[in-house]
Design a binder for this molecule. Structure first.
Ligand code: ATP
Ligand code: MG
Length: 374
């Protein structure tokens, strides 16, 4: 898969940009605060319909402007797909080949990207919420069915928590619990789908990430990724069994939930544990081990997407080369060169060029203007 063209208008610090790309490695070169990350972010937004770093879509619109527009021409399976997005204060409008998409879950997945940025270290070091978001974003772009179940789960969870609060406030009689039962069953239904897909995903991710991690560390380190869920299920359980177990757990915890006015078990409490040589890398890993773990996970995503759709996604590398030692940089580049269309931001070309076998397409970014220089 590759992005052949990118057009932006009133996106972040860009008034208007029109760029064409090859299947090569592309470098966005420039000093700090010129718009390099903004450019990578725009490709990410075009793929995922949300930014990896903005709190709200409004931030993406150029100051004093009303609408940001993004257009991308994607080539996959020998056909061309036109993606369009308009972001305004009222929301987002997306089109695929000129046809408006009413649901984002139908839009996401047309363009597949994997982004590796300095913040990815938080995947290891950050809170469980960061890891759940990672699962949701990555699994979501590969599997729209997952997104559907996830949004149903989140909606039902909100309703159930709201109702628990109402019951708690009113301290009403048992009759009220009939509706709670309905919500509990709906929650178990959607939640069991979420857990099922997460299990499958994490197993596949672990398999690839470990292979890549061993390569990077010259077989010195073994990487395991453990899916930690608040429900006693295993990967051997079928969907209907997961439903039963989750439902029973919800019923078992109902008294507690009523008291706390909150749902205490479910995939909204899930987490991932990364073990390197059997030790939790979040607690015991060195900075370098944590970085390598994050990198292995990102490279694994590339392979996973390839397994699933038969095409490599686009890789976006924001400021990461300088964070890796020479050996890891070489390994990273050798695993993507001539295979994955890549966009790299950097403030300097030093060290980068001599590690590549093919000369990259270099673009100079200066105060929101992008110019191809080689
Ligand atoms: P660095 O090398 O420091 O990472 P960069 O080239 O990646 O720099 P960007 O993060 O892309 O820089 O940001 C460039 C500039 O964009 C920032 O100085 C910021 O003020 C500006 N900017 C961010 N959002 C908007 C917006 N909505 N409208 C106009 N300008 C914006
Ligand atoms: Mg930047």
């Amino acid at each position: 898969m590759r992005l052949n063209k990118l057009t932006l208008s009133h996106y972040r610090n860009y008034t208007s940009v029109d760029l064409s790309f090859s299947e090569n490695i592309h470098v966005f070169l420039g000093e700090n605060a010129q718009g390099k990350t903004n450019l990578l972010e725009s490709i990410y937004v075009l793929a995922m319909a949300r930014s990896h770093r903005a709190n709200s879509d409004k931030e993406l619109i150029k100051w004093d402007e009303k609408v940001a527009r993004l257009v991308g021409e994607v080539e996959k399976r020998q056909t061309s797909v036109l993606l369009e997005m308009a972001i305004s204060n009222k929301g987002k409008m997306t089109k695929v080949n000129h046809i408006e998409q009413s649901r984002l879950s139908e839009y996401i997945g047309e363009l597949n990207v994997v982004l590796f940025a300095p913040e990815d270290l938080y995947l290891i070091k950050g809170s469980p919420q960061v890891r759940r978001r990672f699962i949701d974003m990555e699994l979501g772009q590969m599997n729209p069915v997952y997104l559907y179940h996830l949004s149903l789960y989140q909606k039902t969870l909100k309703q159930r928590n709201k109702y628990l609060k109402q019951l708690g406030l009113k301290k009403q009689a048992q009759t009220d619990e009939v509706y709670l039962d309905v919500l509990t069953e709906q929650l178990a239904q959607a939640g069991s789908e979420v857990i099922y897909y997460r299990y499958q995903f994490i197993q596949q991710l672990e398999s690839w990430a470990n292979q890549l991690h061993q390569k990077i560390t010259n077989h010195k380190e073994l990487l395991q990724i453990i899916y930690e869920t608040s429900i006693p299920v295993t990967k051997e359980h079928a969907k209907n069994e997961i439903f039963q177990i989750f439902y029973e757990q919800l019923k078992k915890n109902q008294e507690k939930d009523l008291y706390k006015q909150n749902t205490s078990v479910g995939p909204h409490r899930d987490d991932l544990i990364f073990l390197v040589n059997q030790q939790n890398v979040q607690t015991y890993g060195s900075q370098g081990q944590q970085r390598t773990t994050a990198l292995s996970v990102k490279l694994a995503e590339i392979e996973l997407i390839h397994d699933l759709i038969g095409e490599y996604p686009i890789l976006l590398l924001d400021d990461v080369m300088s964070e890796l030692d020479d050996e890891r940089q070489v390994h990273l580049l050798s695993s993507i060169e001539n295979k994955v269309q890549t966009f790299i931001t950097t403030t300097s070309l030093d060290h980068l060029s001599d590690k590549l076998t093919v000369h990259p397409d270099v673009f100079m970014v200066k105060q929101g203007v992008v110019e191809r220089i080689s």
